[in-house]
Design a protein around this ligand. Structure first.
Ligand SMILES: [Ca+2]
Ligand SMILES: [Ca+2]
Length: 223
């Protein structure tokens, strides 16, 4: 109270208020084990210590999770098909979410808990999926950031590997233009052509280069 400015006299009321954040369910009790208060001359000031306070935390903190799923080669440049990084399907233990134009997603409709194993998976037509299993550490302050993954392109037929079958589909449609692009639709409901890997609305050397560059690759690990 001296540090607060002019020395105080005959004060009453609350001296301090303590706040806490609960990191998990359970019981906790709080008490002040020592409190020293002196006046300007160094004499002890008699004051009342609070009684022990106990609480039961019945619900964990509402946790949210954020992350980013990018797609190799997208958005294209130039980009006549207007494809974006939207519409990547992200599932968390089977519950579905979608990325926005920056590839970011927010998991806010699940009762996430610390210490529970979650499997997250990102997938988009024409790309190898990416997934990992993890737990949210105790003490995490929302939002938990699950990190960034980049999907590798070229799995046109969706068999979780990139090989001559995928290259064959791309070369078979080589030169096609004006294709419908799933990630250019507002609600991601438009069926996407997986052979147009970079979602620019046309199938050309760019799509072939992405697929060939990932030759023999299989599922992408989520860092
Ligand atoms: Ca394939
Ligand atoms: Ca393309």
């Amino acid at each position: 109270m001296v540090l607060a400015g002019t020395p105080q006299v005959t004060k009453s009321g609350m001296l301090a208020r303590l706040y806490f954040d609960a990191a998990a369910k359970g019981d906790a009790c709080f008490s002040v084990v020592q409190s020293a208060l002196v006046d300007a001359d160094g004499f002890q000031v008699v004051h009342t210590l609070p009684v022990e306070q106990c609480v039961t935390v019945s619900q964990p903190l509402p946790l949210t999770m954020i992350g980013t799923a990018l797609r190799q080669g997208a958005p294209a440049n130039p980009n006549p098909g207007a494809g974006a990084l939207t519409c990547t399907l992200v599932t968390v233990n089977g519950t579905a979410f979608k990325t926005d134009a920056a590839g970011s997603f927010l998991v806010d409709s699940m009762a996430l808990e610390v210490g529970v194993p979650y499997t997250i998976r990102a997938a988009y037509p024409g790309y190898l999926s990416s997934e990992k299993t993890f737990t949210i550490p105790v003490g995490t302050v929302a939002p938990f950031n699950v990190g960034i993954t980049t999907l590798h392109g070229g799995d046109v037929n969706g068999d979780a590997t990139i090989n001559i079958l995928d290259i064959g589909v791309i070369t078979g449609k080589f030169g096609d233009t004006g294709l419908v692009v799933g990630s250019a639709s507002a609600d991601c409901s438009t069926l996407d052509d997986p052979a147009d890997i970079n979602d620019d609305g046309q199938i050309n050397i760019s799509d072939l280069a992405i697929a060939a560059g990932n030759w023999a690759a299989s599922a992408t690990a989520w860092p």
